[in-house]
Design a protein around this ligand. Structure first.
Ligand SMILES: Nc1nc2c(ncn2[C@@H]2O[C@H](COP(=O)(O)OP(=O)(O)OP(=O)(O)O)[C@@H](O)[C@H]2O)c(=O)[nH]1
Ligand SMILES: [Mg+2]
Length: 201
């Protein structure tokens, strides 16, 4: 059994916010999960805290149309952001959530870092790059999970990781990246370590 850091022992649902007025007070520290719709954000969150259904997951893309806040302790939180880029969500709604996510990333002073999930089969889409640009402009730390790596052989997955890292190294801010899978929990210790260090710093 993996050793779960104490901070991740007792996560609790706080609120699913449809608008910024519902966000909890911007104090303490939080880490957010972002990425394309259906990439596996909610699954990763569950995997990292060893809970099967804390965050709601779905085979239908575009499921999380809220910003969901989870309390880890009195002043530390994990945040599940709505997925972006799902073509079947109406354009106006997509634009709305893009603005809300951007506002969240730009204005939350308790935000210590962003976990950005990308499907290892198609990493660094145009919207992923745009998100990285925002983070670069605000100086927000980013850690990338190349997820669903169980869909690839280890060697193919590793090859893709090196390619992504090579591209990231040309950017201004330091961005780390690793392989991840919620299906077999590969990479969960490395990801937990990153998140806990952000929250405890
Ligand atoms: N094979 C595999 N499937 C995964 C993995 N992670 C998630 N999935 C599947 O991908 C689908 C979407 O997972 P979610 O966690 O709901 O994705 P999400 O990013 O939260 O989606 P939205 O909230 O709609 O943006 C589900 O069917 C999951 O079971 C993984 O690491 N490997
Ligand atoms: Mg989700």
């Amino acid at each position: 059994m993996p050793i779960l850091p104490r901070l991740l022992h007792n996560p609790r649902f706080l609120i699913g916010a449809h608008q910024p007025g519902q966000w909890p007070p911007d104090v303490g520290a939080e880490v957010a999960f972002a990425g394309r719709s259906n990439v596996g954000k909610s699954s990763a969150l569950n995997t990292l805290v060893l809970r099967r259904d804390l965050a709601r997951t779905s085979k239908t893309p575009g499921r999380t149309q809220q910003i969901v806040f989870y309390l880890l302790d009195e002043d530390r939180r994990l945040v599940d952001l709505p997925g972006y880029g799902y073509a079947k969500v109406p354009e106006s709604l997509r634009r709305h959530w893009a603005r809300v996510i951007e506002r969240f990333l730009r204005t939350r002073s308790s935000l210590r870092g962003l976990v950005l999930l990308m499907d290892i089969r198609h990493p660094l889409t145009p919207l992923d790059r745009r998100l990285l640009d925002w983070c670069e402009s605000t100086g927000l730390a980013v850690h990338i999970l190349l997820t669903k790596m169980d869909k690839f052989s280890r060697s193919k997955a590793h090859q893709n990781l090196l390619q992504v890292r090579a591209e990231l190294s040309t950017r201004g801010n330091a961005i780390s990246a690793q392989l991840f899978s919620s299906a077999n929990r590969h990479g969960s210790e490395e990801a937990r370590d990153r998140i806990v260090r952000w929250l405890e710093d």
